[in-house]
Structure formats: structure tokens, C-alpha cells
Design a protein around this ligand. Structure first.
Ligand code: X2X
Length: 337
């Protein structure tokens, strides 16, 4: 458990238990906190989190240890959202769209084709829009979000059956979407048949053909090896998605202030470094995925956006999000509906 310090555990063993193992434990961190995420260890998010964990350990002189659990080792995103709320998990990086089942406003960045590129994304998410969402997250009272959102990326559509060239190619497509109402709504508006599946089951669902398609950024298609079970990649760029670095509020506030300051500094810096990594990968992964056998095609984004418009996707979600959220989004990205 996060709040039981290892010192206490060791003390309980008594003098008779002193062994090389016990001595090692005695020197272990005063605070050991768990950080869960759904990505592969090779994804930049995990690489940068590991670096941050080391720096935090150094700067706290070993008092704080961040234990990282990649690959949904502690449970699916849906399960882990429950655990971060209760405090069974201390930190969790989660898509704002999935978080929206608890904090509706957190899905706002997922509105179809809202962002035309990374400049607009970071201006919005490091500016008013991000602040609005973080304030809404804080209102949950159970969790808080660190200031810098981590990059997931611009999402592309992959299939095992045929390329998506026009919106009509989505008709009836059995596509996996993450567990979030905005995702289901958007792919229904495209005319597809979306199925909600947590990320830890995506590879096997594609492999066993429970679904024929999924959508994710290049960095995930590569590090989760989705190219092994998908053939076509259509660069629909339909959504920008990011991971909020969440903390359980009670466990966070139980830490001494100086330790919190060190963690905050290194986690936010790691987010900024990870953004650059993902953007750099976007430039090289297309060629690498082609070399691994994927077939790429580009689409006319305007046609897909029109399809969402004519299905009333924008008017429906404007109403759901409310005027405050919608106008904060439009202040960053321009008029949407
Ligand atoms: O579940 C997904 O597709 C992923 C990994 O992109 C998210 O966490 C939203």
C-alpha cells in the first residue's frame, strides 16, 4: 500500500530478521508510489517516465520511489480509473476522453478535427482549455491532474480489410474504440459499427477478428505491434488525444511538500520531452510501418468532417459540453459548429 512506508514494514520484521535482504529493505524509499499506464515500455511515455522516476529518486535522496506499471499491468483503463479514485493506485496517465466518464469536460479535446496541428494543440492544452479541464478534474475531489498533458497523438485508422478512402468506407465497419461516449458517438456518426474495448485487449481482439479496425497514433501502432494484426493505415487524423497525468488527491497530499515539488518538476518536464519524442516519431514511423508491411493512404479530411456535420455530431456535442467548454475550445481552434 502506498502510504505504508517501507521503514515500518522492516521494523516489523524484528532484529532476528536482519539479513542482506532486510538491510536492503531498510535503505529503501520512505514513500513508494504506484504509477499505472496502458502503454508498452518502449513507448516514449514510459521511457520519459522512467527517466523522471530516476531523477525524482536522486533529487529526493532516495526518499521517494515511483514504481511504474506499464501495459495495464494493474488492470484495464476502466479498472484503473476506479483505483486512482480510491487511492489503490497513486498515479495514472489516462486519455481525457476515457476520464470523461467521471469528468465530462475532459473529453473536449477529442472533438473531431478540432486541431489542425501541434502548435494549436499545445497553445490550447497549456493555455485556457487545459486549465479549464484541470479545474474540472480537481472538482472531482478524488483526483488532480498535473499541469502538462502528455501526448498520445493524432489518431489514424487501421483495418485488416480495406483502406478507408472516403467516409463511405466506414459504413458498417467493425471498429474498436476506447471506452468513452465521444468515441462511440463519433464513429457512429461516420457510419461505422464501433465496439468499446479497453486497450489491453485491442491486439487480441484484432487478431481474433472480433473487430476489423481500430484507430491510434503512429507511436502506438508501432510500440503495441498493431501492424502485426492490421494491414491498412489511413491517415484520417480525426482526433488529437492526450494523457492527463493524474494523482489520487489524498495520497498526493500525504506527501511532504518538498517531495511534491520535486515530483511536479520532473513529471511536467518529462511530459514536454515526451511530446517532442512522439512528434519526431510521427515523422519517421510511416516509413518504418510501411517496411513492416502496412499499406498507407491519405484522405481528404474535409469530407470526413462534413460527414460528422451532417450527422449533427457537432451540434450534439456542443450541447453536451455546454457553452463554457465549447467557447473555450473555439477560442483556441476557431469556429466548429
Ligand atoms: O486506448 C487507446 O486506444 C489509447 C491507448 O490510445 C488510449 O489510451 C486512449
Amino acid at each position: 500500500m502506498a502510504l505504508v512506508s517501507r521503514r515500518h514494514v522492516t521494523a516489523g520484521l524484528g532484529a532476528a530478521a536482519i539479513s542482506p535482504f532486510a538491510i536492503r529493505r531498510a535503505r529503501a524509499a520512505e514513500f513508494t508510489y504506484k504509477y499505472a499506464n496502458n502503454l508498452a515500455p518502449t513507448h516514449p511515455l514510459n521511457k520519459r517516465a522512467h527517466e523522471a522516476a530516476q531523477k525524482i529518486k536522486d533529487d529526493t535522496k532516495g526518499r521517494f520511489e515511483l514504481q511504474i506499471f506499464p501495459l495495464s499491468q494493474l488492470g484495464s483503463d476502466t479498472d484503473t480509473l476506479g483505483q486512482i479514485r480510491s487511492g489503490a493506485v497513486d498515479f495514472f496517465t489516462l486519455s481525457g476522453l476515457i476520464l470523461s466518464t467521471l469528468v465530462p469536460a475532459a473529453a473536449i479535446n477529442g472533438v473531431g478535427f478540432a486541431f489542425d496541428g501541434y502548435d494549436t494543440v499545445w497553445k490550447a492544452m497549456d493555455g485556457e482549455l487545459g486549465k479549464y479541464v484541470r479545474d474540472e478534474i480537481a472538482k472531482s475531489r478524488q483526483i488532480i491532474a498535473f499541469e502538462k498533458i502528455w501526448d498520445n497523438g493524432f489518431r489514424q485508422t487501421t483495418t485488416s480489410t480495406k483502406p478507408i478512402q472516403t467516409p463511405a468506407d466506414f459504413d458498417g465497419l467493425k471498429i474498436r474504440v476506447p471506452a468513452a461516449p465521444l468515441w462511440t458517438s463519433m464513429f457512429k456518426a461516420f457510419g461505422a459499427a464501433p465496439t468499446t474495448i479497453n486497450f489491453n485487449e485491442v491486439y487480441s481482439s484484432l487478431q481474433s477478428k472480433v473487430v476489423d479496425a481500430q484507430e491510434n497514433p503512429y507511436a502506438i501502432i508501432d510500440t503495441a505491434k498493431l501492424y502485426e494484426v492490421q494491414t491498412y493505415c489511413s491517415t484520417t487524423n480525426h482526433m488529437w488525444d492526450g494523457f492527463w497525468f493524474l494523482a489520487n488527491r489524498r495520497n498526493w497530499e500525504a506527501l511532504p511538500e518538498d517531495i511534491r515539488a520535486v515530483i511536479t518538476k520532473h513529471i511536467n518536464a518529462a511530459a514536454v520531452a515526451e511530446r517532442a519524442d512522439v512528434e519526431a516519431l510521427d515523422k519517421v514511423l510511416r516509413e518504418q510501418l510501411i517496411a513492416k508491411g502496412m499499406k498507407f493512404n491519405d484522405v481528404k479530411a474535409a469530407d470526413f468532417r462534413d460527414k460528422l456535420r451532417s450527422a449533427n455530431f457537432y451540434s450534439e456535442w456542443k450541447q453536451k459540453f455546454g457553452d463554457k467548454a465549447w467557447s473555450t475550445l473555439e477560442a483556441s481552434v476557431g469556429k466548429l459548429s
